[in-house]
Structures are given as C-alpha cells and as structure tokens.
Design a binder for this molecule. Sequence first.
Ligand code: OAD
Length: 265
Amino acid sequence: MGDVASETEVLQAARAAVENAERVVIVTGAGVSAESGIPTFRDPEDGLWARFKPEELATPQAFSRDPCRVWEWYDLRRRAVLACQPNPGHLAIARFLLEKPSAILVTQNVDGLHDLAVEIQADAMGMRPDEAFDRVLALHGSLLHVRCSECTYDRPDRSPVDAGASETLPSCPDCGALLRPAVVWFGEMLDWETLERAFEAARASPVCVVAGTSALVHPAASLPAATLAAGGDLVEINPRNTPLSGRARWRLAGSAGQLLPKLLV
Ligand code: OAD
C-alpha cells in the first residue's frame, strides 16, 4: 500500500515538473516500441542482439561483404515494422509535441512509429503535423528510407527488396552504386546537425524524459547527462534499472505504453 502511494507521488511530481517546464526533451529507445510488437535489441530472450550478430548485419563491412544477407534482414525488419501500429506511449508523445512547441523528441528508434503517431494525432486534433515532424529527431536514421552506399542520394522507401541476388538489390539512380538502409550502423558517424540539435535541446531543457532505452549506446545515452550537467532533472521510464536510474530524480518503473500517457497529460 505504501509503495503504491509513493509510486503515485513520484508520478504526480514528475508530471508537475513536465507540465511546468518551459522546454522538455524526450529521449526514447526500443522499449517504447516493444508494446507495438517490435523487439528490442538487448532484452535477454527476444532482443535482436540476443538472436543475431550485429557485426554480421549492422556494419558497413557486413554490407560490403554480403549485401544480400544484410538487405534480407533489413527488409524483414522493415516489413515487420510496416505491419505495426503506434501504441499509447507513441500517441502520448505525439500529442505532447503537437501541444508544446518547445518540446523535442530524440529517438534512437528507426521504425517510424513516432512520425506515424504524430500524423494520427494531428489528424485527430485537426492540426498540421509538419512543424511537429521537425521536432522528431531520429538519431539512428530510418528503416523507411534508403540511401546510396557511395554518394549522397537518399529517399523515403517502403517497397519490398528482392535480396535473392545482388542484381536485384536496389541501386542508386544517380551513380548506380547499391542503395542501403538509411540507418546508422556500428562504427558510423551520426548526422552532425541532428546530433547538435539534440544536445542543444538536452542542455536547454530543465526536464529530460528518458523512456525505454538501456542507455548503453552513446552518444544518445549522453543526452540525459547533458540535461543533468546543465542543472536539469531526469524522469526515467523503464521496467528495468539502467545506468541512468540512480541519477533520475523521478524513476517510474513500468511500461512506456502505460506510463507515458499518465506523465504527458
Ligand atoms: P535496448 O534493447 O538496448 O534497450 C531497451 C530498453 O527498453 C531496456 O532497458 C528495457 O528494459 C526497456 N523496455 C523493454 N520493454 C519496455 C516497455 N514496454 N516500456 C519501457 N521500457 C521497456 O534498446 P535501445 O536502448 O533503444 O542502434 O538500444 C539503443 C541502440 O542499440 C539502438 O538504437 C540500436 C542498438 O544497437 C542502432 O541500430 C544504431
């Protein structure tokens, strides 16, 4: 009984802080999409990196070595993601972004569900989504985009990829090289401008809400620390402890789909 009361108090205090903050930065990871049916990376049983080797699938070297195998895996993931819908956590964040023009979302997710949620919520609220889309920073790229492995060409793309042979893989209309999924692979740089905007938001926001991430992958995992270093506070939503948990002023142990709608009202 005592625990239940204190959990409610923590939620109330965190909600008040979010509501009163002039700016809020939200940092999300794979846990936010778990309730939409998309596997996380590091959960011990069904996490992607528990079942697949990242060095065989998510590095530029793997793509050079065996582009068909890499495309086959990303095409499967892309199709799985396209069959999923945003959950109440995505929708709560989307509504918050539409209602609070100073809020910024930084996501490590590549599934496009935050954008889709903004589209759905904007439609329901009779608003245009464009301005809120601009405040969704996808640090690790998107499964729903392709880019050239050689030149700067890139485009949105949801079409199935025939990975049966290298001749059937998509190629660049500008230079003819292979197109690749527009996601950031291990060992690659993040987009500098996006990263700058993310850190500026983290430093300038008195509250950082961090949800559904193991907080093990940098630089994304350093964003909450930037808020703390600038004197701000952290709200963490995660059923498990992470390296950030001890530094969170408000730690909400539970699922993003249940807690985000209660936090971001
Ligand atoms: P992880 O798989 O490392 O962590 C997922 C986190 O979500 C864990 O801390 C879980 O406890 C938590 N979680 C699980 N279900 C949840 C739920 N319903 N609600 C809230 N939290 C839940 O995923 P990320 O931290 O996103 O990078 O991983 C970061 C990066 O590592 C990914 O973007 C990816 C990967 O390698 C690239 O692909 C570049």
